[in-house]
Ligand binder design. Sequence first.
Ligand code: CO8
Length: 263
Amino acid sequence: TDPTKYEFLQVTSPRPGVAQVTLHRPRALNALSTPLITELNASLTHINASPSIGCVVLTGSEKAFAAGADIKEMAPLTFSQAYTTSFIESWSQLTSTLKKPLIAAVSGHALGGGCELALMADVLYCTASANFGQPEIKLGTIPGAGGSQRLTRAIGKSRAMELILTGRFFSGDEAERWGVAARSFPTHEALMEGALATAETIAGYSRVAVMAAKEVVNKSQDLALRDGVEYERRVFHSLFGSHDQKIGMKAFAEKKNPEWSHE
Ligand code: CO8
């Protein structure tokens, strides 16, 4: 991960096995322009293929995770331009290319597309004062990167409907209470420490098992319960073919720490 390669991102590896991707477009509060999303997709593709990385933390600044899609870029778009260029479709690469867990660490504004980006993460951590919202209705439009679907699954129809129809913001504290965020933290520093510590823990496990765990949990969002349980069992059975299952269970019996082969 070459930190000098990107214009709108900083990519570092602050802990063993952990990549940190920091959105860095400070003058526009990390508004998610197409060039920024292209860089984000490229960095995650690179991280996905990098054997030394087991978990990713995606963050912004203390002031803004991301204040939305780039309104100035979108303002003049016509229907045919949006349709024929599949505007926004490249965002879904984030959820399909990355097989390793992604933790979003959200401070400040996470609005519109920024909120949707955070909702795409596998684990969402935030500060208690983070400012989430889907304010698209105030701009004469609606969420376009999965907000109406993921937020509704996360917090239920009535709450999601209220937020999306009014554009009302909600705090990190509310996000935690409603189960959108796994945890909220009192400060930006505590948030980053918490996110990196969790990422390091995950990166310390078998890559094969971690990827399988992410895959089966995500299936629960798409499949009916019976199909999901069957899918999980098939993947569970397949892990008896991995070296790391043998390594992990042998180490338990011998009261040792497992040395993962990641195979
Ligand atoms: N797009 C482009 N520029 C932005 C955006 C944005 N979403 N948000 C902030 N900026 C820019 C401002 O224009 C300003 O630039 P300049 O200095 O050149 O005027 C700079 O960032 C700083 O912003 P403010 O001066 O407004 O900062 P404040 O601290 O006063 O306010 C707010 C912060 C409340 C976050 C305010 O900037 C704001 O309301 N921003 C817009 C929030 C919003 O409506 N987001 C939703 C956008 S729509 C969307 O995301 C649709 C998603 C559709 C699917 C995904 C498609 C990609």
